[in-house]
Design a protein around this ligand. Structure first.
Ligand SMILES: [Zn+2]
Length: 270
């Protein structure tokens, strides 16, 4: 309060300030009026509030970030480049094409579930293991597989899912089958959950189920991250081939795999 007002409070205030008198503005308001002029007072106040909000969000984001809570999943689409993998018995569709389509759909679903995803290959010649300007990776299988390992190591993921399609001499063999490295307890747990989820599809679509199997595969053994190979079905079987070339079934497969990965991560982080 203005000292003059305080002194006059028991006297005739109206006589001192005139009629009608105005009480003095608070100190902040006076300062703002001095700095920006009264007409711009509200603009300045809003600007200050916006700046304060931005600062608060920035500080919160800085504290929220922690490498320990990154949730990265690597999805490895098998084959690619000069290596198409196995081919469909009727259409000649390549495993490499199916693997990449399913891998992308798995990534999309995992992102929707809040994960970061890294694909070991995406568009051939542009990203990942078949990066542009590197002819060697296209023709040297050993180097290609080492590049997959390097991509996995750099991503530092919670787990790795490698997508493939199967082939068997007997054309009657059907269904999705999951493999893990026998020496990896994390891989075994991951594979069991993914196989269990895929068995619901297997029962419904192919009439049989599988148990996840231990196997000696480079992609499972090349790092210590829990890893599983998903063989999505048998391209040596005409019915499986039909399913694996159907967009709806690919999406169903991908969502099933992604949700099983989420279930594994949730159970392993408890
Ligand atoms: Zn394969």
């Amino acid at each position: 309060m203005d000292n003059r007002l305080r002194r006059l409070s028991n006297f005739d205030v109206k006589a001192y300030f005139g009629n009608p008198y105005r009480l003095p503005a608070c100190a902040v308001e006076r300062a703002l009026i001095i700095v920006v002029g009264k007409k711009k007072l509200w603009t300045a106040a809003i600007a200050l509030l916006v700046l304060a909000a931005i600062a608060a969000i920035s500080v919160a984001a800085a504290y929220a970030y922690s490498p320990g809570i990154r949730k990265v999943i690597v999805i490895d689409a098998g084959h690619g480049g000069a290596d198409g993998g196995v081919t469909g018995v009727n259409t000649g569709v390549t495993e490499a094409e199916i693997n990449l389509t399913v891998a992308r759909l798995v990534a999309t679903e995992l992102k929707a579930l809040g994960y970061e995803t890294v694909l070991t290959r995406d568009d051939e010649g542009e990203a990942g293991v078949f990066a542009e300007n590197d002819e060697a990776a296209l023709y040297n299988k050993r180097e290609e597989m080492q590049r997959r390992r390097d991509i996995i190591s750099a991503a530092d993921p919670l787990c790795v899912i490698s997508i493939h399609c199967n082939n068997f001499p007997s054309p009657s063999r059907r269904g999705a089958q999951v493999f893990y490295s026998a020496g990896s307890s994390g891989g075994k747990a991951l594979a069991a959950i993914v196989q269990s989820a895929l068995n619901k599809l297997n029962t419904e679509k192919t009439g049989r189920t599988y148990s996840a199997l231990g196997g000696d595969y480079y992609i499972l053994n090349c790092t210590a991250y829990p890893s599983a190979i998903v063989e999505c079905g048998f391209l040596s079987n005409p019915e499986d081939e039909k399913l694996l070339t159907d967009d709806g079934y690919r999406a169903l497969l991908a969502v099933t795999i992604a949700r099983a990965v989420n279930e594994y991560v949730s159970s392993s982080l408890k």
